[in-house]
Design a protein around this ligand. Structure first.
Ligand SMILES: Nc1ncnc2c1ncn2[C@@H]1O[C@H](COP(=O)(O)OP(=O)(O)OP(=O)(O)O)[C@@H](O)[C@H]1O
Length: 385
C-alpha cells in the first residue's frame, strides 16, 4: 500500500489567533510525502492547533494549508484526505472491533466482500487478527490504540495525523507502540504527522522533528543533527539535557574558536558554532562529559574544568553527577554504571573534561545566564530542563 504521488503537505505562513492570543504565528513548514514528521514542544506551544488546522478542526486566521498543491485550509474535515488518531482512541463502544475498523469503508459504500478483505488486512497489519468480534472495552489500552490506528488507516488517507496517540499508555507499552507505529508507517508509506511533547518519542520515531516554541518553529531537522548541533539554547534544553556555559569569544584561528569560560581559555570548533563572536554559550551534552580525579592530566586535545561533585542521581543504567565549577555554575555529567568503581561521593574534587568536537557554541542574548537566571519556559514537561 503506498500513497499517491505529490501528496506533500505544505503550511504557508499559517497564523491562528484565538481572540487577541496568537497560538500559531506565521508558521511555514513542509512535510515530505511518506515521511514520519514530529511536531515537538512543551504544552501550549501550538502543536495541536497546527495539527487541527490540517485536520480541518480549526480554520487558520491567515495562510494556506496545501496538500499536493491544493489549498485545503477552508475545506470541511470530511472533504480532506486526512485522518486523525487521538490520545483518547475515540472508538465506538457499541461496535465490535471489526465494525469499528469497517466504519469508513461502509460509509463509502464499499462491497461487503471487499470490506472483509480490507479489514482483515488491516487487523493483520496492527497485529489484532482474531480479535474482530470483541468490543473496545474488552481490549487493553495498547490494543484499543491499534484499533484506532487501523480505523484511521483503512481509508488510505494521504496524511495520518497523530495527536499524542501514546499519551495514555504506560512507559513500557509506549515503547512497544513506538516501534510498532514506526513499522506500520514504513509498511504503509503514508505521511505521518505526529504531535508530542515527549522528546525521546519524537527522536525515536520521526525522520524529521520540528521543535516549536510559542507558535513558531525554533528548529527543524533530522533528530540526530538537532541533538548533536542544536541551533538555540531553547532547543539544546528541550531536546535532551545540555550544559550551557556562559562564555565570550576571544579569538579565532582557522577552524578553532578560543573562548573565555569563567577566566579559563577553552577551544571549540568554529564549524560547530552558531555564533562566533561576543557573548555565547559553550554547550556540551552531559553524556559527553567525562570525570577523572582532580589533578589528572587530560587526554590529548581535551578541555576540562576543575569541579566538585555536589550530588549524585542513580538511574539504573547510568548515574548523573551534578558538579559545581569554581565560578559557581552547575554542570551535569552522565556516567554509565557499567564502568568500574563506585559512585563518586559529594564533595569529591574532579576534573570534568570532553573533546572540543563534542561541544557546540550558541548565541547568548545579553544578560542570559544559565545558572543565575537563564530563562527556560515554565511549562517544560517533567524530566526536561
Ligand atoms: N479554542 C481555543 N480558544 C482559546 N485558546 C486556545 C484554544 N485552543 C488552544 N488555545 C490556546 O492556544 C495555545 C496553543 O494550544 P495548543 O493546544 O495548540 O498547544 P499544544 O502545544 O498542543 O499543547 P498541549 O501539548 O498541552 O496540547 C494554548 O495557549 C492554548 O491555551
Amino acid at each position: 500500500m503506498t500513497s499517491s504521488p505529490s501528496t506533500e503537505l505544505h503550511l504557508a505562513n499559517v497564523t491562528k489567533k484565538f481572540a487577541a492570543f496568537t497560538a500559531v504565528d506565521d508558521l511555514t513548514l513542509t512535510v515530505p510525502q511518506g515521511s514520519f514528521f514530529a511536531l515537538l514542544g512543551p504544552s501550549g506551544c501550538g502543536k495541536t492547533t497546527t495539527l487541527r488546522m490540517v485536520a480541518g478542526l480549526e480554520e487558520p486566521t491567515s495562510g494556506k494549508v496545501l496538500l499536493g498543491g491544493v489549498d485545503i485550509a477552508h475545506k470541511r474535515p470530511y472533504q480532506r484526505p486526512v485522518n486523525t488518531v487521538f490520545q483518547s482512541y475515540a472508538l465506538f463502544p457499541h461496535l465490535n472491533i471489526f465494525d469499528n475498523v469497517a466504519f469508513g469503508l461502509r460509509r463509502r459504500g464499499v462491497k461487503s466482500r471487499d470490506i472483509r478483505t480490507q479489514v482483515g488486512e488491516m487487523l493483520d497489519l496492527v497485529q489484532l487478527a482474531g480479535l474482530g468480534a470483541r468490543r473496545p472495552a474488552q481490549l487493553s489500552g495498547g490494543q484499543q490504540q491499534r484499533v484506532a490506528l487501523a480505523r484511521a488507516l483503512i481509508n488510505r488517507p494521504q496524511v495520518l495525523l497523530l495527536d499524542e496517540p501514546l499519551g495514555a499508555l504506560d512507559l513500557k507499552l509506549r515503547r512497544q507502540m513506538q516501534i510498532e507505529l514506526k513499522r506500520i508507517q514504513t509498511e504503509v508509506g503514508i505521511t505521518f504527522l505526529h504531535v508530542t511533547h515527549d522528546q525521546e518519542e519524537a527522536m525515536w520515531m520521526a525522520d524529521t522533528v520540528a521543535v516549536m516554541n510559542a507558535g513558531r518553529i525554533e528548529q527543524l531537522g533530522a533528530p540526530a543533527d538537532m541533538y548533536e548541533f542544536p541551533a538555540t539554547a531553547y532547543v539544546a534544553n528541550f531536546l535532551g539535557q545540555s550544559n550551557l556555559l556562559s562564555a565570550t569569544v576571544t579569538g579565532r584561528a582557522g577552524d578553532d574558536l578560543t573562548l573565555d569560560v569563567g577566566g579559563t581559555r577553552f577551544a571549540a570548533p568554529a564549524s560547530r558554532a552558531r555564533s562566533a563572536q561576543g557573548n555565547v554559550f559553550l554547550g556540551v551534552r552531559p553524556e559527553k562529559v567525562q570525570l577523572a580525579p582532580a589533578g589528572t592530566a587530560l587526554p590529548d586535545g581535551h578541555v576540562g574544568i576543575d569541579s566538585v561533585v555536589t550530588d549524585t542521581c542513580y538511574a539504573g543504567v547510568s548515574t548523573e553527577y551534578l558538579l559545581r565549577t569554581p565560578w559557581g555554575q552547575q554542570l551535569s555529567a552522565f556516567s554509565a554504571n557499567a564502568q568500574a568503581g563506585g559512585p563518586l561521593a559529594p564533595n569529591t574534587p574532579v576534573v570534568a573534561f570532553w573533546h572540543p568536537s563534542h561541544s557546540f557554541v550558541l548565541h547568548r542574548a545579553p544578560g542570559n545566564q544559565p545558572t543565575d537566571g537563564y530563562e527556560l519556559p515554565d511549562n517544560l514537561p517533567a524530566g526536561t530542563r
